[in-house]
Design a protein around this ligand. Structure first.
Ligand SMILES: *[C@@H]1O[C@H](CO)[C@@H](O)[C@H](O)[C@H]1NC(C)=O
Ligand SMILES: *[C@@H]1O[C@H](CO)[C@@H](O)[C@H](O)[C@H]1NC(C)=O
Ligand SMILES: *[C@@H]1O[C@H](CO)[C@@H](O)[C@H](O)[C@H]1NC(C)=O
Ligand SMILES: *[C@@H]1O[C@H](CO)[C@@H](O)[C@H](O)[C@H]1NC(C)=O
Ligand SMILES: *[C@@H]1O[C@H](CO)[C@@H](O)[C@H](O)[C@H]1NC(C)=O
Length: 273
Protein backbone atom coordinates (compact mmCIF):
# COMPACT_ATOMS: atom_id res chain seq x y z
CA UNK A 1 0.00 0.00 0.00
CA UNK A 2 2.84 2.35 0.89
CA UNK A 3 4.25 1.83 -2.57
CA UNK A 4 0.98 2.81 -4.22
CA UNK A 5 0.77 5.94 -2.08
CA UNK A 6 4.22 7.01 -3.21
CA UNK A 7 3.59 6.37 -6.88
CA UNK A 8 0.28 8.08 -6.72
CA UNK A 9 1.60 11.09 -4.85
CA UNK A 10 3.00 12.34 -8.13
CA UNK A 11 -0.28 11.79 -9.88
CA UNK A 12 -2.14 13.63 -7.11
CA UNK A 13 0.00 16.65 -7.81
CA UNK A 14 -1.40 16.94 -11.32
CA UNK A 15 -4.95 16.14 -10.49
CA UNK A 16 -7.82 18.35 -9.64
CA UNK A 17 -10.56 17.33 -7.28
CA UNK A 18 -12.26 14.12 -8.42
CA UNK A 19 -10.95 14.29 -11.96
CA UNK A 20 -7.60 13.67 -13.40
CA UNK A 21 -6.50 13.60 -16.99
CA UNK A 22 -6.79 10.08 -18.31
CA UNK A 23 -8.21 8.84 -15.02
CA UNK A 24 -11.51 9.06 -13.30
CA UNK A 25 -12.83 8.35 -9.87
CA UNK A 26 -14.78 5.20 -9.20
CA UNK A 27 -18.02 6.37 -7.64
CA UNK A 28 -20.36 4.17 -5.67
CA UNK A 29 -23.78 4.11 -4.06
CA UNK A 30 -23.09 4.54 -0.36
CA UNK A 31 -26.61 3.47 0.60
CA UNK A 32 -26.15 0.23 -1.25
CA UNK A 33 -22.60 -0.36 -0.03
CA UNK A 34 -23.15 0.45 3.64
CA UNK A 35 -23.74 -3.07 4.94
CA UNK A 36 -21.13 -5.83 5.02
CA UNK A 37 -23.22 -8.20 2.95
CA UNK A 38 -23.80 -5.61 0.27
CA UNK A 39 -22.05 -5.66 -3.08
CA UNK A 40 -18.50 -4.42 -3.26
CA UNK A 41 -17.79 -1.20 -5.09
CA UNK A 42 -14.72 -2.59 -6.85
CA UNK A 43 -13.20 -5.77 -8.15
CA UNK A 44 -10.24 -4.86 -5.94
CA UNK A 45 -10.95 -6.16 -2.40
CA UNK A 46 -8.73 -3.43 -0.96
CA UNK A 47 -11.31 -0.84 -1.99
CA UNK A 48 -14.42 0.19 -0.14
CA UNK A 49 -17.16 2.77 -0.53
CA UNK A 50 -16.75 5.96 1.49
CA UNK A 51 -19.82 8.15 1.66
CA UNK A 52 -19.56 11.86 1.02
CA UNK A 53 -20.82 14.09 3.86
CA UNK A 54 -21.92 16.57 1.19
CA UNK A 55 -24.23 13.88 -0.21
CA UNK A 56 -24.31 10.82 2.08
CA UNK A 57 -26.12 8.65 -0.50
CA UNK A 58 -23.22 8.88 -2.90
CA UNK A 59 -19.64 7.92 -2.35
CA UNK A 60 -16.22 7.26 -3.75
CA UNK A 61 -14.75 3.81 -4.04
CA UNK A 62 -11.25 4.02 -2.61
CA UNK A 63 -8.43 2.03 -1.04
CA UNK A 64 -9.68 1.19 2.46
CA UNK A 65 -6.62 0.61 4.59
CA UNK A 66 -5.10 4.07 4.53
CA UNK A 67 -4.07 4.90 8.08
CA UNK A 68 -5.98 7.64 9.87
CA UNK A 69 -2.72 9.35 10.83
CA UNK A 70 -1.82 9.82 7.18
CA UNK A 71 -4.93 11.82 6.35
CA UNK A 72 -6.11 15.18 7.70
CA UNK A 73 -9.53 16.12 9.02
CA UNK A 74 -12.04 17.87 6.84
CA UNK A 75 -12.66 21.58 7.44
CA UNK A 76 -14.82 22.43 10.48
CA UNK A 77 -17.90 22.38 8.20
CA UNK A 78 -17.33 18.60 7.95
CA UNK A 79 -17.92 18.73 4.21
CA UNK A 80 -15.01 20.44 2.49
CA UNK A 81 -11.24 20.03 2.41
CA UNK A 82 -8.68 22.77 1.90
CA UNK A 83 -5.95 20.38 0.90
CA UNK A 84 -5.80 20.13 -2.91
CA UNK A 85 -6.67 16.86 -4.63
CA UNK A 86 -8.51 15.44 -1.69
CA UNK A 87 -12.16 14.86 -1.06
CA UNK A 88 -13.97 14.92 2.29
CA UNK A 89 -15.37 11.48 3.14
CA UNK A 90 -17.08 9.94 6.14
CA UNK A 91 -14.74 7.42 7.60
CA UNK A 92 -16.15 5.43 10.49
CA UNK A 93 -12.72 3.94 11.19
CA UNK A 94 -11.23 7.39 11.75
CA UNK A 95 -14.34 8.44 13.69
CA UNK A 96 -14.60 11.69 11.80
CA UNK A 97 -14.77 12.96 8.23
CA UNK A 98 -11.30 13.02 6.68
CA UNK A 99 -9.73 14.36 3.50
CA UNK A 100 -9.04 11.45 1.21
CA UNK A 101 -6.51 11.63 -1.68
CA UNK A 102 -8.54 11.50 -4.89
CA UNK A 103 -5.81 9.54 -6.66
CA UNK A 104 -6.48 6.52 -4.42
CA UNK A 105 -10.04 6.45 -5.64
CA UNK A 106 -9.29 6.22 -9.32
CA UNK A 107 -10.57 3.55 -11.68
CA UNK A 108 -7.13 2.08 -12.21
CA UNK A 109 -6.68 1.26 -8.54
CA UNK A 110 -10.30 0.52 -7.76
CA UNK A 111 -11.72 -0.84 -11.02
CA UNK A 112 -15.50 -0.75 -10.81
CA UNK A 113 -17.58 -3.90 -10.86
CA UNK A 114 -18.31 -4.15 -14.54
CA UNK A 115 -21.68 -4.44 -16.16
CA UNK A 116 -22.27 -7.84 -17.70
CA UNK A 117 -22.03 -6.89 -21.30
CA UNK A 118 -19.50 -9.19 -22.86
CA UNK A 119 -18.32 -9.82 -19.32
CA UNK A 120 -18.66 -12.99 -17.26
CA UNK A 121 -18.15 -12.68 -13.52
CA UNK A 122 -17.49 -15.79 -11.45
CA UNK A 123 -19.80 -15.94 -8.44
CA UNK A 124 -18.62 -19.25 -7.01
CA UNK A 125 -15.54 -21.42 -7.26
CA UNK A 126 -15.68 -24.06 -9.93
CA UNK A 127 -14.80 -25.08 -13.43
CA UNK A 128 -14.53 -22.46 -16.15
CA UNK A 129 -16.75 -24.53 -18.41
CA UNK A 130 -19.56 -25.03 -15.86
CA UNK A 131 -22.45 -22.51 -16.06
CA UNK A 132 -23.06 -22.38 -12.28
CA UNK A 133 -19.62 -20.81 -11.80
CA UNK A 134 -20.84 -17.64 -13.52
CA UNK A 135 -23.26 -14.92 -12.49
CA UNK A 136 -24.90 -15.17 -15.90
CA UNK A 137 -25.37 -18.94 -15.37
CA UNK A 138 -23.83 -19.36 -18.81
CA UNK A 139 -20.27 -20.43 -19.35
CA UNK A 140 -18.29 -17.71 -21.15
CA UNK A 141 -18.43 -17.59 -24.93
CA UNK A 142 -15.89 -16.32 -27.45
CA UNK A 143 -14.94 -12.65 -27.05
CA UNK A 144 -15.76 -12.55 -23.34
CA UNK A 145 -13.89 -10.70 -20.63
CA UNK A 146 -13.88 -13.04 -17.68
CA UNK A 147 -13.59 -11.71 -14.12
CA UNK A 148 -12.52 -13.89 -11.20
CA UNK A 149 -13.19 -11.88 -8.03
CA UNK A 150 -11.15 -12.27 -4.84
CA UNK A 151 -12.04 -15.36 -2.82
CA UNK A 152 -13.08 -17.34 -5.88
CA UNK A 153 -11.09 -20.05 -7.67
CA UNK A 154 -11.84 -20.91 -11.28
CA UNK A 155 -10.24 -24.03 -12.71
CA UNK A 156 -9.35 -24.84 -16.30
CA UNK A 157 -9.03 -28.58 -15.79
CA UNK A 158 -12.11 -30.32 -17.10
CA UNK A 159 -10.50 -30.70 -20.53
CA UNK A 160 -6.93 -30.14 -21.66
CA UNK A 161 -7.69 -27.05 -23.69
CA UNK A 162 -9.71 -23.85 -23.93
CA UNK A 163 -10.97 -23.43 -27.45
CA UNK A 164 -12.53 -19.95 -27.32
CA UNK A 165 -11.20 -16.94 -29.20
CA UNK A 166 -10.93 -13.43 -27.82
CA UNK A 167 -10.86 -14.34 -24.14
CA UNK A 168 -9.49 -11.87 -21.59
CA UNK A 169 -9.22 -13.08 -18.00
CA UNK A 170 -8.99 -10.62 -15.08
CA UNK A 171 -7.78 -12.46 -11.98
CA UNK A 172 -8.47 -10.96 -8.55
CA UNK A 173 -9.01 -14.39 -6.98
CA UNK A 174 -7.42 -17.54 -8.34
CA UNK A 175 -7.13 -19.16 -11.76
CA UNK A 176 -5.88 -22.75 -11.86
CA UNK A 177 -4.60 -23.98 -15.18
CA UNK A 178 -4.38 -27.73 -15.92
CA UNK A 179 -4.05 -30.59 -13.48
CA UNK A 180 -7.24 -32.33 -14.57
CA UNK A 181 -6.84 -36.08 -14.67
CA UNK A 182 -5.63 -37.65 -16.97
CA UNK A 183 -4.25 -34.57 -18.76
CA UNK A 184 -0.75 -33.32 -18.13
CA UNK A 185 -0.64 -30.22 -20.37
CA UNK A 186 -3.03 -27.35 -21.04
CA UNK A 187 -3.52 -25.53 -24.34
CA UNK A 188 -5.04 -22.14 -25.05
CA UNK A 189 -6.09 -22.81 -28.61
CA UNK A 190 -6.58 -19.11 -29.38
CA UNK A 191 -4.69 -16.04 -28.14
CA UNK A 192 -5.61 -15.15 -24.57
CA UNK A 193 -4.84 -12.15 -22.36
CA UNK A 194 -4.53 -12.76 -18.63
CA UNK A 195 -4.26 -9.90 -16.12
CA UNK A 196 -3.45 -10.74 -12.49
CA UNK A 197 -4.20 -8.02 -9.95
CA UNK A 198 -3.03 -7.43 -6.37
CA UNK A 199 -3.84 -10.60 -4.37
CA UNK A 200 -4.69 -12.53 -7.53
CA UNK A 201 -3.05 -15.89 -8.23
CA UNK A 202 -2.50 -17.96 -11.33
CA UNK A 203 -1.65 -21.50 -10.35
CA UNK A 204 0.03 -23.68 -12.98
CA UNK A 205 -1.17 -27.20 -12.16
CA UNK A 206 0.14 -28.86 -15.32
CA UNK A 207 2.37 -31.85 -14.70
CA UNK A 208 5.47 -33.60 -15.88
CA UNK A 209 6.89 -30.67 -17.86
CA UNK A 210 3.95 -30.93 -20.23
CA UNK A 211 3.32 -27.27 -19.65
CA UNK A 212 0.96 -24.57 -20.83
CA UNK A 213 0.62 -23.78 -24.52
CA UNK A 214 0.06 -20.14 -25.38
CA UNK A 215 -0.69 -19.03 -28.88
CA UNK A 216 1.10 -16.07 -30.44
CA UNK A 217 -0.69 -12.75 -29.66
CA UNK A 218 -1.16 -13.79 -26.03
CA UNK A 219 -0.10 -11.98 -22.88
CA UNK A 220 0.15 -12.53 -19.15
CA UNK A 221 0.40 -9.32 -17.13
CA UNK A 222 0.96 -9.62 -13.39
CA UNK A 223 0.58 -6.39 -11.44
CA UNK A 224 2.15 -5.52 -8.10
CA UNK A 225 1.06 -8.10 -5.53
CA UNK A 226 -0.24 -10.59 -8.11
CA UNK A 227 1.24 -14.09 -8.22
CA UNK A 228 2.16 -16.86 -10.61
CA UNK A 229 2.56 -20.11 -8.66
CA UNK A 230 4.09 -23.28 -10.04
CA UNK A 231 4.91 -26.76 -8.79
CA UNK A 232 8.05 -25.75 -10.55
CA UNK A 233 9.20 -24.76 -12.89
CA UNK A 234 6.38 -23.90 -15.28
CA UNK A 235 7.00 -24.85 -18.87
CA UNK A 236 5.46 -22.33 -21.23
CA UNK A 237 5.28 -23.30 -24.87
CA UNK A 238 4.62 -20.60 -27.42
CA UNK A 239 3.03 -21.97 -30.53
CA UNK A 240 1.50 -20.79 -33.72
CA UNK A 241 -2.13 -21.76 -34.25
CA UNK A 242 -2.00 -22.13 -38.01
CA UNK A 243 0.90 -24.58 -38.07
CA UNK A 244 1.05 -25.78 -34.46
CA UNK A 245 4.79 -25.07 -34.65
CA UNK A 246 6.46 -24.31 -31.33
CA UNK A 247 8.02 -20.84 -31.52
CA UNK A 248 9.64 -20.74 -28.11
CA UNK A 249 9.84 -22.32 -24.69
CA UNK A 250 10.07 -20.46 -21.40
CA UNK A 251 10.59 -21.73 -17.89
CA UNK A 252 8.99 -19.76 -15.09
CA UNK A 253 9.46 -20.13 -11.36
CA UNK A 254 7.12 -18.60 -8.79
CA UNK A 255 6.58 -14.94 -9.65
CA UNK A 256 5.37 -11.96 -7.66
CA UNK A 257 4.28 -9.07 -9.87
CA UNK A 258 5.10 -6.80 -11.51
CA UNK A 259 5.84 -9.12 -14.41
CA UNK A 260 4.75 -9.27 -17.98
CA UNK A 261 4.93 -11.81 -20.77
CA UNK A 262 3.86 -10.61 -24.17
CA UNK A 263 4.05 -12.65 -27.33
CA UNK A 264 3.74 -10.80 -30.60
CA UNK A 265 2.00 -12.06 -33.71
CA UNK A 266 5.32 -13.17 -35.15
CA UNK A 267 6.08 -15.15 -32.01
CA UNK A 268 8.55 -12.72 -30.51
CA UNK A 269 8.57 -13.02 -26.72
CA UNK A 270 8.85 -10.01 -24.41
CA UNK A 271 9.34 -11.18 -20.90
CA UNK A 272 10.25 -8.86 -18.06
CA UNK A 273 10.03 -8.64 -14.30
C1 LIG B 1 -28.63 3.61 -4.11
O1 LIG B 1 -29.17 2.38 -3.65
C2 LIG B 1 -30.43 2.57 -3.01
C3 LIG B 1 -30.82 1.24 -2.39
O2 LIG B 1 -30.87 0.21 -3.36
C4 LIG B 1 -31.43 3.07 -4.06
O3 LIG B 1 -32.70 3.25 -3.46
C5 LIG B 1 -30.93 4.40 -4.62
O4 LIG B 1 -31.77 4.83 -5.66
C6 LIG B 1 -29.52 4.24 -5.17
N1 LIG B 1 -29.01 5.56 -5.53
C7 LIG B 1 -28.44 5.82 -6.70
C8 LIG B 1 -27.94 7.21 -6.90
O5 LIG B 1 -28.32 4.97 -7.56
C1 LIG C 1 -21.80 10.96 7.02
O1 LIG C 1 -21.93 12.32 7.33
C2 LIG C 1 -23.22 12.84 7.23
C3 LIG C 1 -23.15 14.33 7.46
O2 LIG C 1 -22.37 14.62 8.59
C4 LIG C 1 -24.14 12.13 8.22
O3 LIG C 1 -25.44 12.60 8.07
C5 LIG C 1 -24.08 10.65 7.94
O4 LIG C 1 -24.84 9.94 8.88
C6 LIG C 1 -22.66 10.14 7.96
N1 LIG C 1 -22.63 8.76 7.54
C7 LIG C 1 -21.85 7.86 8.12
C8 LIG C 1 -21.92 6.47 7.55
O5 LIG C 1 -21.11 8.11 9.04
C1 LIG D 1 -10.40 -29.79 -11.19
O1 LIG D 1 -10.03 -29.06 -10.05
C2 LIG D 1 -10.98 -29.15 -9.00
C3 LIG D 1 -10.54 -28.19 -7.92
O2 LIG D 1 -9.18 -28.28 -7.65
C4 LIG D 1 -11.06 -30.59 -8.53
O3 LIG D 1 -12.01 -30.69 -7.48
C5 LIG D 1 -11.48 -31.46 -9.70
O4 LIG D 1 -11.46 -32.81 -9.31
C6 LIG D 1 -10.54 -31.27 -10.87
N1 LIG D 1 -11.07 -31.95 -12.04
C7 LIG D 1 -10.41 -32.90 -12.67
C8 LIG D 1 -11.05 -33.46 -13.89
O5 LIG D 1 -9.31 -33.29 -12.29
C1 LIG E 1 4.81 -38.11 -14.45
O1 LIG E 1 6.13 -38.66 -14.46
C2 LIG E 1 6.36 -39.62 -13.46
C3 LIG E 1 7.81 -40.00 -13.46
O2 LIG E 1 8.29 -40.14 -14.77
C4 LIG E 1 5.46 -40.84 -13.73
O3 LIG E 1 5.64 -41.81 -12.72
C5 LIG E 1 4.00 -40.36 -13.70
O4 LIG E 1 3.16 -41.44 -14.03
C6 LIG E 1 3.80 -39.22 -14.67
N1 LIG E 1 2.45 -38.70 -14.48
C7 LIG E 1 1.62 -38.50 -15.46
C8 LIG E 1 0.28 -38.00 -15.09
O5 LIG E 1 1.92 -38.70 -16.62
C1 LIG F 1 -2.66 -11.60 -34.07
O1 LIG F 1 -2.88 -10.22 -34.12
C2 LIG F 1 -2.79 -9.70 -35.45
C3 LIG F 1 -2.82 -8.19 -35.36
O2 LIG F 1 -3.81 -7.76 -34.47
C4 LIG F 1 -3.89 -10.28 -36.28
O3 LIG F 1 -3.81 -9.78 -37.60
C5 LIG F 1 -3.72 -11.78 -36.30
O4 LIG F 1 -4.79 -12.39 -37.00
C6 LIG F 1 -3.67 -12.35 -34.91
N1 LIG F 1 -3.29 -13.74 -34.97
C7 LIG F 1 -3.96 -14.67 -34.33
C8 LIG F 1 -3.42 -16.06 -34.47
O5 LIG F 1 -4.91 -14.42 -33.62
Amino acid sequence: MVRIVHQEAQIVFFCVLLTCEGQSTTSCNATLCSSKSSPRCSMNIDCECFSLPSNPASGICAVADLSCSSVVRCNPDGITCSMPNTVCVNNTRCQQPVCYPSALANTQICPPVMPENGVSIATQSGSFLVPSTWSSLLSPGAGTTVVIPAGITVTLNSTNQLSLSGITILVFGQLRIGGGSPYTSYTFVYPVNIYVYNGGIVQDSTRNRSGIYFNVNSSVIIYNGGYWITQGPSYIYIYYLQTSAIRGILQLNNIVGPYSLTITYSGQIYNNG
